[in-house]
Design a protein around this ligand. Structure first.
Ligand SMILES: [Zn+2]
Length: 154
């Protein structure tokens, strides 16, 4: 099922999500719906609050395709950073250069509820950081300078 994407400044985008206690059928369905929604909108990442659910569930476009991650946690970040242009499905048409860690180590549950540990670099690492931010109500416009934000009137 294709879900409606909440656009900025929808208040839900600023809320902190709760951890998923049990990977129920409902959570698995949410994961599938989010994958479908992301693909329909030609995105490469999506977080549950963007479809109106305050749950710690994200989709990341991995090399092999989109994958569901539940309760994702960043265990490690490389000290090395990288500046790349990013977009967000909640901000149609807005692209910003954002500095983020080049690599991350993630712990999460996969779409089936199995524990996984992932080392990501480059684009997937960036997507993980962007989507995990969403789970804490942090948006990519929070990662640019005050002056840049003022200029963009955000
Ligand atoms: Zn986003």
């Amino acid at each position: 099922m294709i879900l409606e994407i909440k656009k900025f400044p929808a208040p839900i985008l600023r809320k902190k999500c709760e951890g998923v206690k049990e990977v129920t059928g409902e959570i698995k369905n949410l994961g599938w719906d989010m994958v479908e929604t992301m693909e329909e909108n030609e995105g490469i990442g999506l977080a549950a609050p963007q479809v109106g659910e305050l749950k710690r569930v994200i989709i990341v476009q991995m090399e092999k395709g989109p994958e569901v991650f539940i309760n994702p946690k960043i265990l490690k970040k490389t000290r090395e950073t990288e500046i790349m242009e990013e977009g967000c499905l909640s901000f149609p048409g807005l692209f910003l250069k954002i500095k983020r860690a080049k690599g991350v180590e993630i712990e999460a549950l996969d779409g089936a509820g199995e524990k996984v540990k992932i080392k990501a670099e480059g684009l997937p690492a960036r997507i993980f950081q962007h989507e995990i931010d969403h789970l804490d109500g942090i948006l990519f416009i929070d990662r640019i300078s005050f002056w840049q934000r003022l200029k963009l009137k955000l």
